[in-house]
Design a protein around this ligand. Structure first.
Ligand SMILES: Nc1ncnc2c1ncn2[C@@H]1O[C@H](COP(=O)(O)OP(=O)(O)OP(=O)(O)O)[C@@H](O)[C@H]1O
Ligand SMILES: [Mg+2]
Length: 236
């Protein structure tokens, strides 16, 4: 059976002023898949997800669950089930962990497939700190909180920009486990990463970007067989 396509990006271009940043990006994410978008600093990974979310004007077509979303406003795109965790991992430090999570809900009356209890089950520390201000969490714990907050919005696909950046190895392992549990419940993931470590371990497919273009597409095994892609576009 063919994989149901969640996100289908076709020949996407984007500009900051006169700078032509995205130069024809095409990528797909299927239902329940974990797909990684890799590349060095400045390759255009964040611009790709920001453009998909409508924060940067898209030129090209983007379909989500079979419908065109390019040209829609960011909040409308999110409402249709496309979740996004930006790289700045902003939480509300003065609000409790619980309040931060509830802010992620689309509607208080219509709960999604992830309840507060489910989220606490995924990452018990959030349950233990439920009534503590978000600001007392460590950087890694705040990253987990932003991911879990997005789950409360009931996304069919979650795009997460560099969730392991700056985290200690133990926290990286926790993030990895969290992403695998999310995908196992049927929420697809587009993971933006620079490091290969968790991307190679958990992705069904990977894309590598360089200078605003896709320079590789394939499985972890196929990437392993192409040392030149790694040396030219990934390893610093
Ligand atoms: N707001 C902006 N205005 C102008 N240029 C920008 C802006 N944001 C990013 N750029 C430029 O666009 C290019 C792509 O940046 P982008 O943030 O998408 O890269 P990235 O792959 O996410 O890398 P990293 O997160 O490591 O910086 C870079 O050359 C960057 O300098
Ligand atoms: Mg970035």
């Amino acid at each position: 059976m063919a994989l149901r396509i969640m996100l289908d990006v076709n020949d996407l271009h984007a500009y900051y002023g006169k700078s032509h940043i995205l130069q024809g990006i095409s990528l797909r994410v299927g239902a329940g898949e974990i797909v990684s978008l890799l590349g060095r600093n400045g390759a255009g990974r964040s611009t790709t997800v920001r453009t998909i979310m409508g924060e940067v004007t898209p030129v090209g077509d983007i379909h989500f669950k079979g419908e065109r979303i390019d040209g829609l406003r960011t909040h409308e795109i999110a409402r249709r089930g496309l979740g996004y965790v930006p790289e700045d991992r902003a939480i509300f430090p003065g609000l409790t962990v619980r309040e931060n999570l509830l802010l992620g809900m689309k509607s208080a009356r219509r709960p999604g497939r992830w309840s507060l209890g489910d989220v606490f089950g995924l990452f018990p520390l959030l349950g233990e700190r439920e009534h503590a201000p978000g600001g007392v969490l460590s950087g890694g714990e705040q990253q987990m909180l932003t991911i879990c907050r997005s789950l409360m919005g009931d996304p069919d696909l979650l795009m997460i920009d560099e969730p392991t950046e700056g985290l200690a190895p133990m926290m990286v392992a926790l993030v990895r486990g969290l992403l695998e549990k999310i995908a196992a419940r049927g929420t697809a993931i587009l993971l933006i990463e620079q490091k290969l470590t968790i991307a190679l371990a958990i992705s069904h497919r990977l894309y590598v970007m360089g200078h605003g273009r896709i320079v590789f597409e394939g499985s972890a095994r196929e990437l392993g067989e192409q040392p030149r892609v790694r040396s030219e576009w990934l390893e610093v």
